[in-house]
Write a protein that binds this ligand. Structure first.
Ligand SMILES: [Zn+2]
Length: 177
């Protein structure tokens, strides 16, 4: 009867491990997807000179950041597994195990390389977009917390204008660049 429980516990453990591995697989895919979207949004924001909703850029960046952290944990698991395979190969000359696992190792290496390159690139692009946004907020002389959509306040009449206008749309005052 004791054997039954041992087998049951072992199966349970394998099941839990499988679920955790699947969760990290999913999270790493989400990291790639959200990094790609965040990268695209930051690029668009910079290309349009800030005439784009910054809140949306920031939201996707935050999501990408969260998934990237899990993606990095997944990458650490992967590297541990890789080292284990190499150690196994050196210790037992077990070429069959290496060959059997090589396709998943190559796939994993490619996936985590893409994940890290995309993640780092999206953060670099976001910091560029953020620098532009801060610059716009400074120019607009608006409290930075309210400066998501980059408006320019006319110093003469106080009306809000979209960023990029050289003259006030209400009173015609020329804006100092
Ligand atoms: Zn005005």
């Amino acid at each position: 009867m004791a054997g039954f429980y041992v087998v049951g516990a072992a199966l349970m453990l394998i099941l839990i491990l499988a679920v955790i591995m699947m969760m990290f697989e999913l999270l790493s895919v989400l990291s790639i997807v959200f990094s790609a979207i965040s990268l695209n949004k930051s690029k668009k924001y910079t290309a349009l000179g800030g005439k784009y909703d910054f809140r949306s850029v920031r939201r996707f960046h935050t999501a990408a950041l969260v998934f990237f952290i899990f993606g990095c944990i997944g990458a650490l698991f992967f590297i541990t597994g890789l080292l284990f395979s190499i150690a196994n190969f050196i210790a037992y000359d077990d070429i069959e195990t290496i060959l059997w696992g090589s396709s998943s190792l190559i796939f994993g290496a490619a996936k985590y390389t893409v994940l890290i390159v995309l993640g780092v690139n999206s953060f670099r692009r976001f910091s560029q977009a953020k620098a532009l946004w801060e610059n716009i907020c400074l120019n607009a002389r608006i409290n930075s917390r309210n400066c998501f959509s980059a408006k320019k306040v006319c110093p003469k009449c106080g009306s809000e204008n979209n960023f990029g206008y050289n003259f006030c749309t209400r009173c015609g005052e020329k804006f100092v660049k």
